[in-house]
Design a protein around this ligand. Sequence first.
Ligand SMILES: [Zn+2]
Length: 533
Amino acid sequence: MKRVLIAIMIVAFAAAPTAQDQNARLEAQKKEAARAVDEMAKLAQEMVDSVFSFGELGMQEVETSRYLTAQLEKFGFRVTRGQSGMPTAWVATWGSGKPVIALGSDIDGIPQSSQKPGVAYFDPIIEGAPGHGEGHNTGMPLNIIAAIAVKRIMERDKLPGTIMLWPGVAEELVGSKAWFVRDGMFKDVDVNLFTHVGGNLGVGWGQQGGTGLVSVEYTFEGETAHSAGAPWRGRSALDAVELMSVGWNYRREHLRLSQRSHQVITNGGDQPNVVPRNASIWFYFREIDQPNIKRMWDIGNDIAQGAALMTGTKMTSRILGTAYPRHFNKVVAETMYANIKNVGLPTWTDADQTLAKALQKELGNPEQPGLAVKLGDMGQPTPLERNNGGGSDDIGDISWNMPTVTLSYPANIPGLPGHNWSSGIASATPIAHKGVVAGAKAQAMTILDLLTKPELVKGAWDYFNSVQQKEHKYVPFISKDTPPATHLNKAILDKYREQMRKFYYDPTKFPTYLDQLGIKYPTVRPNTSSQQQ
Ligand SMILES: [Zn+2]
């Protein structure tokens, strides 16, 4: 009896893998994942180029979502659609049990940013049409490649866990993620690994720079009258819109320096001889923390009421989007950064650098540094007192509900103005294709870390609960019945979609989208061609 017990103990001891064995196994799995990603470089290029060619704006990502979910279903992922009442939303999952690792990235484009890729000056595919003037065509292909690579290893090595992919619908309108959080999309998720295009491979932790925001449309209602015959019988909603705009711009001088605010008039009336009965103005109110965003929103409401009083009109308002200031998880960022150092930057060719430098020159950047050739340090927190404001991303809402990081990957040219045709130039070229492959490796390796080391997930939640939430807890700007703004951008796509359809990428006929468009890579202005060999 005693001898049997000893024998069992010896067998059990011999079978239990040591920490060293586990590490060696994990390193081998990471190498395999990187190899698998390299082998899928062609698929990455096809997905990047396809989504680029759809060029769809927020809430209208119909072709994009159809295409990406078809890819995922082909590789065995289960897809559900229409989350939070958004027709272009979806969730794809594979695997079972814990941990649940979510991979997200934005999928929408920018108005008026139609642009031929690989051409280092303004040259639209369709004048006035939308396009990928930020590079959001690359992030979801990166996640899909990483997920497929990890899935194969999970299947073979019988690793428990679930991989979930979800799209940042309408990020440019900050129109989806707070709704996804509210409606429970992430309720079982342990860690969210978000990806966003950038000029380098990197990740950071802690309170981020930039802002959060509320996006609010104010609508005024007056009364029509003959503008010349009986103007005294009308009340102009457009007057209210203009007065609100003027009022806000005066008040802006007396707001904190960290704020950003901007506006467009979405309805300015019908025709001059009819006093405008309806008119609308749409604001983004940005600040660096939740209480100050709320304060700006309150001031906006006061000014809107003042404009209604001045003009004898009625005012209503509606929130169209919201983004929380971002806070990223230290444990997950450190894990990811170690993998980033392993992966390193892609090898750029002379053609890649020629395109980058020619575009930087075109945009008046005197230094023309080209593409990144050195990894940056890991991003550190930006304390509120040193945050001078800037852009926003509704990943902030997710980052205050679970451990989250954003992997930045080098699929774009550094030093561009953003939200502009120039940010689409690299987005369907070898720069984007290689940037996505590098990012997918770092993403896949980090998923493997999280799947195989439960202490990392626990540590991430310890940081989230005890450090991040020590002084602030999430206060959403939307209520339980705020509807998503699914009507946005419909008119623009109705106007351009049929023209754009002719330029959708067909990978069965052309090796790359550059080939389909007949673009020589790179195409630069003749006076910069001396930079080529
Ligand atoms: Zn973005």
